[in-house]
Write a protein that binds this ligand. Structure first.
Ligand code: FES
Ligand code: FE2
Length: 370
């Protein structure tokens, strides 16, 4: 798990101006709320007075109020009222981390890290999101009892479909691709590949739609990732029909992942198809979850020698190489230390303001040395 990337925090509709939304991510707690202008804010959840949980409080005057002694924190994280000292400006140390926010695709994203804006890795842009030739299913959010890297790797693995996905028609990668390493292309902050599936696209498409259609073509499909936790899958059933699927993954801790899933389609654009396609997507997701929940070890091994990797695992290897680059930047959270010290100290992901101001009460999360 890494600092300095964009993470999905909440559905837009869950972030309100009349009550805080509390959530867990990267083994830590966060609180989100909306101000009267409609702007969403994401703050660290721990009150710097005596450790109250801001997410258990309430929202008043564009601020989140701690339920323990009523201290108020604005969207910038600064305490703006201490009820027992109503005539005094709160001290400079009375602040919590506030994270940069972007709201897109019905999701509130936070940049969980301290990099200045021009150095931040990107939030993935879904180019066709507002294109009238495409339609987005209602955002789906689901929890997976698995480590997020395992979930990402599952999406970057074209050879599991044949065995795991009867709901998609068990697509098989073409025979001439099986033995040679996948051709994986690096992109900015990630990588991607595209392969042909020999399986009749007819079956694949009709299963994916939950009906029996009769178009016969060959399907191509591919996947990619940007950063450690944003995954894309492109499935092209024919010249005119495709699914583009976007998975924004939020590691809850080292055992669980929350996935925000956006499914785009370029055909059957009428809203009445949403439910059926959404249901089939969930069946497919459950097929993956059933496998991921049983993987041992839960976390990705620290060396590729602890597994037997073959050419079709190439995209997984490239993903791991990218993670090593993020390790080299010193962005990996030292989760073992975090767990060992949990309960003795509160920890926060450092926010950008820590680069420019001092006097932070909460200890920054331990990181593995670069
Ligand atoms: S612990 Fe938050 S106001 Fe006292
Ligand atoms: Fe899968």
């Amino acid at each position: 798990m890494y600092i300095n990337f964009w993470y999905p925090v909440a559905r837009s509709e869950d972030v309100k101006s009349d009550a805080p939304f509390r959530t867990e991510l990267l083994g830590l707690r966060f609180v989100a709320f909306r101000d009267s202008q409609g702007q969403a804010h994401v703050l660290h959840d721990v009150c710097i007075h005596r450790g109250g949980s801001l997410g258990k409080g309430w929202v008043r005057d564009d601020s989140v109020v701690c339920p323990y002694h009523g201290w108020r924190f604005g969207g910038d994280g600064r305490c703006n009222l201490i009820p027992t000292l109503p005539d005094e400006a709160p001290p400079a140390r009375a602040k919590v981390d506030s994270y940069p926010v972007q709201e897109k695709y019905g999701i509130v994203f936070a940049f969980l890290g301290d990099l200045p804006e021009d150095e931040r890795p990107p939030l993935y842009q879904i180019e066709e999101y507002d294109d009238p030739g495409w339609r987005a299913n209602r955002l789906t959010v689901f929890e997976v009892p698995a480590f997020y890297e395992r979930s990402m790797e599952n999406g970057l693995d074209p050879s599991h479909n044949e065995f795991v996905h009867p709901a998609q028609g068990s697509p098989i990668i073409s025979a001439n691709l099986r033995k040679k390493p996948l051709e994986v292309e690096n992109v900015s902050w990630g990588s991607r590949f595209l392969v042909r599936f020999e399986h009749e696209a007819q079956a694949m498409e009709s299963k994916a739609l939950g009906d029996e259609r009769t178009v016969v073509t060959q399907a191509t499909a591919g996947s990619g990732h940007v950063g450690p936790n944003q995954m894309q899958t492109w499935i092209r059933f024919s010249e005119t029909s495709a699914f583009h699927q976007y998975f924004f993954e939020a590691p809850i801790d080292d055992m669980r992942t929350r996935i925000f899933f956006v499914n785009m389609r370029s055909f059957l654009l009428e809203p009445e198809h949403d439910d059926r396609i959404g249901r089939v997507n969930l069946v497919v997701a459950q097929e993956d979850i059933d496998i991921l929940a049983e993987l041992d070890p839960v976390q990705t091994p620290d060396s590729n020698t602890k597994e037997v990797l073959v050419p079709s695992d190439r995209a997984v290897v490239v993903y791991r190489e990218w993670l090593k680059q993020f390790d080299d930047k010193g962005w990996r959270i030292d989760f073992d230390t975090l767990k060992a010290r949990r309960g003795k100290s509160a920890f926060a992901i450092p926010s950008p303001a820590r680069r420019t101001s001092k006097n932070w009460v909460i200890e920054p999360v331990p990181l593995q040395p670069a």
